[in-house]
Design a protein around this ligand. Structure first.
Ligand SMILES: Cc1cc2nc3c(=O)[nH]c(=O)nc-3n(C[C@H](O)[C@H](O)[C@H](O)COP(=O)(O)OP(=O)(O)OC[C@H]3O[C@@H](n4cnc5c(N)ncnc54)[C@H](O)[C@@H]3O)c2cc1C
Length: 488
């Protein structure tokens, strides 16, 4: 005898599980959601908003981003190694999802780029505190409220342990209550959306090869440890590669005032341990490209270098590119931040009175760095012959003191791991759907291939909300068809 009986059990109440719950309940299904955390929203409580393509905001701003263009961008970016049907269904639904969210009370600031080369697909959630991190928690709150209005039941602090199978079909979930009691939930369909495994270093090492804290510095959210992936693999779902959703990380920088990252992320000089440049720094603000590039260097480290003249220029004129994540353009607190870094022994920031000293302290090849800076300063008077950086970002490194910040590979968490089709049905190695089992969000996010598609920002949460809705509507249809079959 099961402890709970429902039509659809959703495992995980991040943006994916919340969107799935609201959609399935709106479509008439009985829904029970379990989450191991004490609060809903998952990783998205830290984020700012989802992708939308062809939305009213983009039309209002005369932005030329269409489903056709975005589809072509992603298929080209991934060399057609991802499921075109999944991408098409997601992008086609994404504009309507923005309006669907608005119906639930979510408001948006508009559609934004993350960095200059990106498309304006990032729909930042409006809050009472202006644009900035954690805005998307308002979206999660609205979805949670709507789900409760629709009668969805939530069991928090209730981690799922195992999927129950009857023959080929998935028919429920075994979970544990906060008192440690094992419970069974009988369901006609289960949607798994546990957010990947970003908080599980052993899992990351085994599945991706990255070593957390050594060469990988991703967000590691407690509790997001790969439970859903493990349960789905055990239930016979075909295993696909798990990847880090790469976004570079500046070592120790989050402890310092915003002025430090805001200056150090500008497209100035970036070198590796050999003292050589390795990318056109114009692309540094694409955090995925930066993370990938740094990950290919010796020691998986890069060094962003500025001199005092550049810092002074930014203090007077503002930085070249303002980040919406750290939206304060005023970097006059830079020197205070440097002082704080020195006083706290922050190893991510190096300050020196000469380039030789900077190289020695940071562990960069001294002679090569001096040659690189000589060459780079020459480019500032002509053109960047090495990596073609636009002239407007070429500023010489001449005046002491010099500042350097260490850049490391990082990421928002993991993505991918289970095969799904465009209906978010989990499939076995024969590509056949496993009846009653659906996956969505980070657990089922296979469509970037090897690298997060940051040129279409908001893609991660956009996928979560949209794939959650798709799983919710498909599961609702499945359970209703099943009920009709039983009645006949
Ligand atoms: C700092 C930060 C900023 C971000 N900003 C953005 C942004 O602005 N735009 C964007 O597109 N993306 C952003 N992202 C990424 C985005 O937040 C994720 O892609 C998204 O949250 C994934 O949604 P999800 O529902 O699949 O997983 P999650 O949000 O991780 O939620 C998973 C849920 O499953 C629960 N769970 C785990 N295991 C179990 C279990 N065994 N039983 C029951 N429940 C379980 C967890 O407690 C959690 O509540 C950001 C990520 C971070 C870390």
């Amino acid at each position: 005898m099961a402890d709970y009986t429902t039509q659809i059990c959703i495992v995980g109440a991040g943006p994916t599980g919340l969107a799935a719950a609201v959609q399935a309940a709106e479509d008439g299904a009985d829904v029970l959601v379990i989450d191991k955390a004490a609060a809903v929203g998952g990783a998205a409580n830290m984020g700012m908003g989802p992708l939308g393509i062809g939305t009213k905001y983009q039309k209002r701003d005369m932005q030329d981003i269409t489903v056709e263009k975005a589809f072509d961008m992603i298929m080209t970016y991934t060399h057609y190694m991802v499921d075109a049907r999944v991408v098409k269904r997601y992008f086609e639904q994404s504009a309507e999802t923005i309006e669907w969210l608005e119906e639930k009370g979510v408001e948006f600031e508009g559609a934004f780029k993350y960095f200059p080369q990106a498309e304006p697909t990032w729909h930042i959630v409006k809050t009472d505190q202006g644009i900035g991190p954690r805005a998307a928690s308002f979206m999660n709150k609205a979805l949670y409220g709507r789900a409760q209005e629709l009668g969805v039941e939530f069991l928090l602090e209730t981690p799922a342990k195992k999927l129950i199978k009857d023959g080929d079909a998935v028919t429920g979930v075994v979970a544990t209550t906060k008192d440690g009691k094992e419970i069974t939930i009988e369901a006609k369909a289960v949607i798994v959306c546990t957010g990947g495994a970003g908080g599980n270093p052993e899992f990351i090492k085994k599945e991706t090869g990255w070593d957390f804290g050594k060469n990988m510095f991703n967000f590691a959210i407690p509790g997001i440890v790969g439970d859903g992936l493990r349960m789905m693999w055990e239930a016979g779902v075909d295993k696909l590669p798990v990847r880090i959703e790469q976004a570079a990380n500046f070592e120790g920088i989050d402890e310092l005032p915003q002025a430090i990252p805001n200056v150090m992320l500008q497209p100035n000089l970036l070198v590796n341990m050999h003292g050589k440049r390795f990318m056109n720094e114009d692309y540094m603000q694409n955090a995925t490209f930066l993370s990938n590039a740094v990950g290919q260097q010796k020691g998986c480290v890069g060094f962003s270098i500025v001199d005092s003249s550049i810092v002074k220029y930014y203090i007077r004129n503002g930085v070249d590119n303002v980040s919406l994540v750290r939206p304060d353009p005023d970097v006059s607190g830079f020197m205070d931040g440097i002082k704080q870094a020195q006083e706290t022994g922050n190893e991510g920031i190096v300050v020196a009175d000469s380039l030789e000293e900077l190289a020695e302290k940071a562990g960069i090849d001294v002679d090569n760095l001096l040659d690189t800076v000589d060459e780079y300063n020459d480019y500032c008077d002509s053109v960047d012959e090495e990596f073609f950086k636009p002239k407007r970002y070429l500023r010489p490194i001449t005046r002491a003191p010099f500042f350097c910040a260490k850049v490391r590979p990082g990421g928002y968490g993991t993505v991918g791991g289970v095969r799904i089709n465009e209906n978010c049905e989990c499939c076995d190695s024969e590509f056949e759907p496993i009846p009653g089992l659906y996956a969505a969000g980070a657990d089922a996010c296979n469509f970037y291939n090897d690298s997060y598609m940051f040129l279409l920002p908001g893609n991660s949460m956009g996928w979560s909300v949209n794939s959650g809705r798709i799983a919710g509507m498909e599961a609702a249809e499945f359970v209703q068809d099943d009920d009709e079959d039983e009645e006949e």
